[in-house]
Design a protein around this ligand. Structure first.
Ligand SMILES: NC(=O)c1ccc[n+]([C@@H]2O[C@H](COP(=O)([O-])OP(=O)(O)OC[C@H]3O[C@@H](n4cnc5c(N)ncnc54)[C@H](OP(=O)(O)O)[C@@H]3O)[C@@H](O)[C@H]2O)c1
Length: 279
């Protein structure tokens, strides 16, 4: 199906797979709006797109963005951070969980009723997520022993669990699909190196990354397929343990499919955000 004439909001669409998805949708004639934390830089990165300020690490910014958004045909929850030091969002949530999960959950809650389809970008890292039915809000908000990549895995597990739970609750009224881009060469890796004080590795990474990993263009294809996939499905590549290749409908990972864990995450999310989630 073409997205010509339809409207799509993409979070973090100024870079990586979000930008490639935005460009492909624009080529189809879609009306694409990007939600980005630095509007001026994003207008340079993504010329010709409508860019509006959205910092997922600030729930007030999420609320403002939602209030300024009219009806849209699809919301793509794409933005994300991976690893780095333990940092907190404006509302004192651990930054990775605050951005990747809580910020997007708040945006979905506030835009619900005005979006016809929701896509959440997860990751193969979700397979290593450790959220479980006994997880607590404190563990998500202030992880006791901060291990950056374990926290990242939990955030991507949260994206997958949340997509599944939203599908169970609202079904085809607002189709919700999760996708992952395999492993694609984007700024995600360079930012992580810089934040870890390993900026000296950036030149080597810029040479090696594009030759080893699939392109951001290839990584955007699951997002595009998810815009037409059935509610509750999970889209991503299959080759090399799902690192690359063209997108397919996948089995949801065990870590992302347990309904008890998903219901617990839902409860925690409502408690942390203090707003009702869609039903
Ligand atoms: N690349 C991969 O191999 C891979 C694998 C699995 C999953 N993913 C997922 O794919 C998604 C896109 O990542 P990418 O690989 O395309 O990386 P990227 O090029 O670094 O793009 C990430 C985007 O998220 C935005 N962002 C970060 N924090 C934000 C915040 N607080 N508020 C608003 N936007 C924010 C970034 O904006 P700035 O430009 O301002 O930083 C950027 O536009 C992420 O959810 C990531 O977890 C990627």
């Amino acid at each position: 199906m073409t997205w010509g004439g339809r409207s799509v909001v993409i979070t973090g669409g100024n870079s990586g797979i979000g930008l490639k998805a935005a460009q492909a949708l624009r080529e189809q004639g879609a009306d694409v709006t990007l939600g980005c934390r630095d509007v001026a830089r994003s207008q340079r990165d993504a010329p010709g797109f409508e860019v509006r300020q959205l910092d997922l690490a600030d729930l007030d910014s999420v609320q403002r963005f939602a209030e300024q958004t009219g009806e849209v045909d699809a919301l793509v929850c794409n933005a994300g951070v991976m690893g780095g030091p333990m940092l907190m969002t404006t509302q004192a949530l651990e930054r990775q969980m605050g951005t990747n999960h809580f910020g997007h959950a708040a945006l979905i809650a506030r835009l619900f009723g005005r979006t016809k389809r929701i896509v959440l970008i997860s990751s193969i890292a979700a397979r290593g997520g450790r959220l479980h039915p006994g997880s607590t809000a404190e563990e998500l908000v202030t992880p006791p022993a901060y291990d950056p990549m374990s926290v990242y895995a939990n955030t991507k597990q949260a994206n997958l669990l949340f997509a599944q739970e939203l599908h169970r609750r609202v079904g085809d009224r607002v189709p919700t699909v999760a996708a992952h881009p395999g492993v694609s060469w984007t700024n995600l890796f360079l930012r992580q190196l810089r934040e870890n004080g390993q900026g000296w590795l950036v030149p080597a990474a810029k040479v090696l990354g594009p030759s080893v990993l699939q392109s951001a263009t290839a990584g955007a294809r699951p997002t595009l397929m998810a815009l037409d996939a059935p509610s509750g499905s999970f889209v991503g590549p299959k080759l090399l343990n799902q690192w690359r290749g063209r997108p397919h409908l996948l089995d949801v990972y065990t870590t992302g499919s347990d309904p008890v864990t998903a219901a617990r995450l839902w409860e925690i999310t409502e408690e942390v955000l203090g707003i009702p989630l869609p039903s």
